[in-house]
Write a protein that binds this ligand. Structure first.
Ligand code: ADP
Ligand code: ASP
Ligand code: MG
Length: 411
């Protein structure tokens, strides 16, 4: 008998029929004697629909009001799932984030969980009830409804599992685990039996949206046993683990992540004096725009070029600021490009293997894909390329690093 937190994503609760199926599944676990807390997302497409409505009224919706609205998606699914359980004779009760009291900071649309009051949930579990909690939402100290950022129900699930010291947090979704890369882009992608927190963190932060990055951070910090599984197919899924087995079989890279959400900005002919990087990026960060990759060219004729990437949502604002900076510091021009994509290879195996980056560059060169920017860390190499080559690049790298399904059989 275990305490299990089960999170079901948008497609898994996308229709009333699916919600009934989820209820059947939860009922089975309950009948096996487990204590169950279920976290659900909004029905698939609902959060986008709500954001779209808001944007019809206001192009940049006021964040507090946007949260009041988008949080309703999950309020619908918790009630429906509870009803489906009760109808089956399973005692159940639903709670919004506020009712549990999932306390967050006040950063609307991207709030962080500060604490969870687990008293209600514990007494319901004790009374034999399945507790159904709305994902993605919380409440700040002033009573304002907050949301945790897109994909935030994963984080609700893991945070509840941490608070309740659950035996396992199961993330049920529309794929049967974490794959070497998005299986919708590379059909040869393979399900991983295990992946380390560290690798999953990199994969999530580099664009694999199968788990929200904060959920992985939480799971690593509180050592929550975390598993990604298919909602409606049996299977072992993928376990996110702490241990990093040093076996001979260990692949050099575990996965490939990619991201189309960035844009590139370049400022040319910058007088090359000390403090240049600060002059360029200072105003960007003052505008609360996060910078990802940065490249400064070797100076030439005492001037240099400087390129960096930001989220596409911030592109226009960043370009405006950069043009202003160019005028202020006497640079030749400020330009930008949104037709880019970032592809990253990730793996703890890189630590013990040389030449991983050059193997990556070779595979891209063979496909005549030009690399615009490069950044590396201990367990990842990322490149920026033209967006139209993204899928080709991911497939080529998947093959070059021997990740394609048949090549790794018998592992
Ligand atoms: P949910 O609604 O259940 O939260 P998401 O759409 O957020 O589901 O996440 C699941 C999706 O993540 C999959 O359908 C898949 O396309 C995508 N994905 C991206 N990278 C990976 C990966 N490495 N492994 C598995 N799925 C991935
Ligand atoms: N419904 C929210 C979203 O679409 C949260 C989630 O599904 O995890 O981002
Ligand atoms: Mg998700």
């Amino acid at each position: 008998m275990a305490l299990i937190v089960q999170k079901f994503g948008g497609t898994s609760v996308g229709t009333v029929e699916r919600i009934e199926q989820v209820a059947e599944k939860v009922k089975k676990f309950r009948e096996a004697g487990h204590d169950i807390v279920v976290v659900v997302s909004a029905m698939s497409g609902e959060t986008n629909r709500l954001i779209g409505l808001a944007k019809q009224v206001m192009e940049q919706p006021v964040p507090r009001e946007l949260d009041v609205m988008v949080s309703t998606g999950e309020q619908v699914t918790i009630a429906l799932l509870s009803m489906a359980l009760i109808k089956r004779g399973v005692s159940a009760v639903s709670y919004t984030g506020n009712q549990v009291r999932i306390l967050t900071d006040s950063a609307h649309t991207k709030a962080r969980i500060l604490s969870i009051d687990d008293a209600n949930i514990r007494s319901d579990l004790k009374a034999g009830r399945v507790v159904v909690v709305a994902g993605f939402q919380g409440v700040d100290e002033h009573g304002n409804i907050t949301t945790l950022g897109r994909g935030g129900s994963d984080t609700t699930g893991v945070a509840l599992a941490a608070a309740l010291k659950a035996d396992e947090c199961q993330i049920y979704t529309d794929v049967d685990g974490v794959y070497t890369t998005d299986p919708r882009v590379v059909p040869q992608a393979r399900r991983l039996d295990k992946i380390t927190f560290e690798e999953m963190l990199e994969m999530a932060s580099l664009g694999s949206k199968v788990l929200q990055i904060r959920s992985v951070e939480f799971a690593g910090k509180y050592n929550v046993p975390l598993r990604v599984l298919h909602s409606f197919q049996e299977g072992p899924g993928t376990l996110i683990t702490l241990d990093e087995e040093e076996s001979m079989e260990q692949p050099i890279i575990s996965g490939i992540a990619f991201n189309r959400d960035e844009a590139k900005l370049t400022i040319r002919g910058v007088p090359d004096t000390p403090g240049v990087a600060f002059k360029i990026l200072g105003p960007i960060s003052a505008a609360n725009i996060e910078v990802d990759m940065i490249v400064q060219n070797v100076s030439h004729d005492n001037t240099t070029d400087f390129t960096f990437t930001v989220h596409r949502n911030d592109y226009l604002a960043a370009l405006e600021i950069l043009k202003q900076t160019a005028a202020n510091i006497g640079a030749r021009e400020a330009t930008g490009d949104t037709n880019i994509a970032k592809v990253s290879i990730v793996g703890v195996g890189m630590r013990s293997h040389a030449g991983v980056a050059s193997r990556m560059f070779e595979a891209l060169a063979k496909e005549s894909i030009n690399i615009q920017m490069i950044s590396t860390s201990e367990i990842k190499v990322s490149v920026v390329i033209e967006e139209k080559y993204l899928e080709l690049a991911v497939r080529a790298l998947h093959t070059a690093f021997e990740l394609d399904a048949p090549a790794r059989q018998g592992e």
